[in-house]
Design a protein around this ligand. Structure first.
Ligand SMILES: [Mg+2]
Ligand SMILES: [Zn+2]
Length: 182
């Protein structure tokens, strides 16, 4: 199976900082077209998202799950199926004890990607990650997954100093010019 791993904030939706409410979740307008194209080309879609806001007490895991259900429903309306959303609620300097430790899933660690590869039999060599931070790119490379940095979200901060395989304007540009090109 070939797959695309998607960071969430700054790639799928506008990064407003610790987004955790439906009313703050603003999809980038061309994300639906981009994901439909990937799906039509046979890629399975995964979201891999750091959610340290849970560990630091900005919002709860339940808040995150509620927002995720909303997001998935919106995708479903557009005929887009996200195979699974992997999230890391941890942070070593958190204040909620159950989430406050150094984990191996918070990007740039690759635990979430590795788990998806194992759970779904993903072939990393035929797969891509799309992210807006260098930590996304590093996580992908640890699992031999090619990585595309987009300039949306935090992306422009990293373009001069990134190990990404490609740099794209946004998610649709990444899909059309770097993924479907192959
Ligand atoms: Mg991001
Ligand atoms: Zn974690």
């Amino acid at each position: 199976m070939k797959a695309v791993f998607l960071d969430r904030d700054g790639v799928i939706n506008v990064d407003k900082g610790y987004v955790h409410r439906v009313e703050d979740f603003e999809f980038y307008p061309n994300v639906f077209e981009a994901l439909k194209k990937l799906q039509d080309a046979g890629f399975k879609l995964f979201i891999v998202t750091n959610q340290s806001g849970i560990a630091v007490g900005y919002y709860t895991e339940e808040d995150f799950i509620k927002l995720t259900e909303y997001m998935l429903k919106e995708f479903e309306k557009e005929g887009i199926n996200i195979e699974k959303v992997y999230y890391c609620p941890h942070h070593e300097n958190g204040i909620v004890p159950k989430y406050s430790f150094k984990c191996d899933c918070r990007k740039p660690e690759s635990g979430m990607i590795r788990q998806a590869i194992e759970d779904f039999g993903v072939d990393p060599k035929r797969s891509f990650l799309i992210g807006d931070k260098e930590n996304d790119i590093l996580a992908a490379h640890k699992e031999n997954v090619k990585a595309i940095l987009v300039k949306t979200g935090q992306g422009v901060k990293y373009i001069d100093n990134t190990t990404a395989d490609y740099i794209a304007e946004d998610i649709l540009d990444a899909v059309e010019n770097f993924i479907l090109m192959f």
